[in-house]
Design a protein around this ligand. Structure first.
Ligand SMILES: NC(=O)c1ccc[n+]([C@@H]2O[C@H](COP(=O)([O-])OP(=O)(O)OC[C@H]3O[C@@H](n4cnc5c(N)ncnc54)[C@H](O)[C@@H]3O)[C@@H](O)[C@H]2O)c1
Length: 333
């Protein structure tokens, strides 16, 4: 494929390298990364056109069709501001940022300048999320009463070659923590079940992990359609568990991201049915997402996971922090 578009990937860390791998099929790629070791490693292992230490220098020297913002969350907003000034389309890693502040303005600028903008809530591209959503929408379990979402992992296990205390995830000031990071779950709730109306939350630290960001988040969401959702995210569970269980009038549906399956309990037949998927199916979310972003760019069409949609997730995150701090139920406007 002839590569006609240029992409600047800002941040060549864990997800940055993954995105480089996925985007290299479609784009000529430059990188901006502050760490020399990460630049050398990336240039050695991937097809990189030019590398910079300062993203502003890259954006001043070159004209890019798009930037991929793959740095920690505290930097997303300032980089997005700079990139839209240079007329670049935006691929922003989730979460959108530290909070909602400033993002409506970026969205307005993108709209005015007709710049594609996308926030990488990539779980929507997992084939067994698509199937699960269809089952829910087709009312396989009838009217829905409630849902339970668990998102648990053990932070020190994430990157074997890095001390978790040095990783941005353990730092509140850089946007680490369970709530911001596992907000994939909040995105999925609104994507599959509907908009959130009220949030009651506890965001705190209860484990032995040495981190300034939250190691857990517990929440109850009331959706506009009256479904009640219980959420539990943590970074201290040695046994990873990521699942969404939905209970309805006609049965129960479970989406399991760790065991790659969808289970359906039919209340009438009192029987379980299980559909198995694979790790390959899970990991296909990244190349499918890269292709979607590229196609939207080429076809000049807006994408679904844009800043406006991600702001709905970010507002729930903001409300959860506020609810925990003020010990109050927060209404989403
Ligand atoms: N969608 C997903 O599945 C997924 C998975 C992992 C991470 N993420 C998101 O991606 C972002 C980065 O996470 P990560 O795990 O890759 O972190 P990381 O620490 O592994 O990588 C971040 C990189 O950014 C670099 N950096 C910091 N400041 C910079 C600057 N001013 N200019 C250029 N580079 C700079 C760091 O040196 C580091 O190499 C976060 O927002 C995270 O939530 C998303």
């Amino acid at each position: 494929m002839k590569k006609i578009k240029k992409l600047l990937v800002i941040g060549a860390g864990s997800i940055g390298k993954r995105q480089i791998d996925n985007f290299s099929k479609y784009f000529t790629i430059d990188i901006a990364e502050i760490r020399n070791d990460r630049i050398s490693e990336t240039v050695k292992n991937y097809n990189i056109n030019k590398s910079y230490k300062d993203y502003k220098k890259a954006l001043t020297n070159e004209i890019y069709d798009a930037v991929a913002i793959t740095v920690p969350p505290h930097l997303h907003l300032s980089i997005a501001k700079y990139a839209v000034k240079k007329n670049c389309a935006l691929f922003i890693e989730k979460p959108l940022g530290m909070n909602s502040k400033g993002w409506s303005d970026i969205y307005k600028i993108c709209k005015k300048k007709k710049l594609l903008n996308y926030v990488a809530y990539c779980h929507r591209f997992i084939p067994y999320v698509e199937d699960f959503k269809k089952m829910v929408r087709k009312k396989l379990i009838g009217n829905i009463y409630c849902a339970h979402l668990k998102w648990s992992s053990y932070l020190p296990d994430w990157h074997k070659n890095e001390n978790y205390k040095d990783f941005y995830m353990s730092k509140k000031s850089q946007g680490g923590g369970a709530l911001l990071d596992d907000s994939h779950g909040i995105d999925l709730i609104q994507y599959i079940l509907g908009d959130v109306k009220k949030v009651n939350a506890l965001v705190t630290n209860i484990s032995e992990l040495q981190m300034t960001s939250d190691d857990c988040f517990f929440g109850i969401l009331n959706l506009k359609n009256n479904i009640v959702v219980q959420l539990s995210f943590d970074l201290f569970s040695r046994t990873p568990r990521i699942y969404l269980e939905i209970t309805g009038q006609k049965g129960t549906l479970i989406w399991d991201r760790v065991n790659h399956s969808i289970s359906f309990f039919d209340r009438k037949k009192t029987k379980w049915n299980k559909k198995e998927y694979s790790l390959k199916s899970l990991m296909s979310m990244y190349p499918r997402q890269a292709r979607y972003f590229y196609e939207c760019l080429i076809k000049k069409k807006q994408c679904f996971n844009n800043i406006k949609e991600a702001l709905r997730t970010q507002q729930v995150i903001d409300a959860a922090f506020k609810s925990s701090e003020n010990k109050k139920i927060i209404k989403i406007s």
